[in-house]
Design a protein. Structure first.
Length: 305
């Protein structure tokens, strides 16, 4: 299978390139060679690559910067218009598109884990642009899966995990907010969950192709297409997440921190308002694909080892 992976140097994209390798030829590109702001270049690249499946791990993820950009069109171009073009090209090639979105499409007022059909109400430009991207992908008419995820981290790029480890070596007291709750999600786990289900789709598609002409990974995805919540299992506050990071730190002897104290979101004003409770209920993903999501603590341990 020929796979086009967009955004292979990001947190998720880097892990996807590795997780997808056993499935076929992975053509991996990222900014600036591939620029979602350049629609003609995007279309040209997809035409010449002629992939059988496209995965989009690119995004404008600077949540606070998005609020302050004099021209919010940057976030919308990358998170909404760009994915729309990818979906149109996927349709033209009869290739499925795997896309990722965010818990920030919700306002956090529900107070219980969100399911896919809950009403969206993004609080900021980033969430609104990602929601527009979800809609653009769904409207294009290609076979697609959109995975909404939350609090993605990796050890390779700046993330909450790497920042906590850094602060723990610089400070004696850490103040971490206890009123933001979601599901910490390992980029590696997210990539592996994606690759697992694509492997399943390839096997089912090729088995069915023996009896039904035309049944492929595209058909398999098309039968299951839609939005799925996919995140680390369980919910945690940022404070609980930080405490677990410090507990699992393989080099605790380097820590200078002596206490971790709870704080409130209001203590750290940011340009973008974030949902206070954005845990995602992932039952639909697990029921549809028969895969179990590891508890967020387990995935964190594996990522930090
Ligand atoms: N990070 C989170 O906490 C979080 C939470 C919920 C959902 N998500 C979603 O999960 C997915 C993966 O996120 P991530 O954390 O892996 O993101 P990331 O680490 O920020 O990676 C995004 C990638 O997109 C690239 N990119 C930026 N602008 C581009 C452009 N104009 N054209 C092409 N590529 C461009 C970036 O390149 P440069 O590095 O060169 O800019 C980077 O490689 C995204 O859909 C994101 O919205 C993330």
């Amino acid at each position: 299978m020929k796979i086009l992976l967009l955004g292979n140097t990001g947190q998720l994209g880097w892990e996807l390139e590795r997780a997808l390798a056993p499935l076929g030829e992975v053509i991996a590109v990222d900014y600036p060679v591939f620029n979602l702001m350049d629609p003609d270049g995007v279309r040209g690249l997809i035409h010449s690559a002629a992939p059988q499946i496209i995965l989009n791990a690119t995004a404008y993820t600077a949540v606070d910067k998005a609020e302050n950009e004099p021209d919010t069109s940057l976030a919308y171009a990358i998170n909404a218009a760009g994915p729309g073009i990818l979906a149109e090209e996927a349709k033209a090639l009869s290739a499925p598109l795997i896309h990722y979105s965010t818990d920030y499409v919700f306002d956090g007022a529900k107070g219980r884990p969100y399911i896919e059909t809950d009403a969206t109400n993004p609080l900021g430009v980033y969430g609104a642009s990602k929601l527009a991207g979800e809609l653009a992908v769904a409207a294009a008419g290609c076979a697609y899966l959109t995975f909404r995820t939350s609090w993605v981290y990796s050890m390779r790029r700046d993330s909450f995990v790497t920042k906590v480890l850094q602060w723990a070596r610089q400070q004696t007291t850490l103040k971490v907010v206890s009123d933001q709750i979601s599901g910490p999600t390992s980029a590696r786990m997210l990539a592996e969950m994606t690759a697992q289900l694509l492997a399943m789709g390839c096997t089912a598609g090729s088995a069915a192709a023996g009896t039904h002409v035309g049944n492929t990974i595209t058909d398999w995805i098309s039968e299951r297409q839609g939005t799925y919540h996919l995140a680390g299992d369980g919910c945690a506050s940022r404070l609980e997440w930080a405490q677990e990071i410090l507990r699992l730190d393989p080099h605790k002897d380097e820590q200078t921190v002596r206490e971790v104290v709870p704080a409130f979101t209001a203590d750290f004003p940011t340009p973008a308002q974030r949902p206070l409770f954005s845990c995602l209920d992932c039952s639909k993903y697990m029921a549809t694909f028969g895969l179990r999501l590891p508890p967020w603590q387990k995935a964190l341990k594996l990522a930090m080892e």
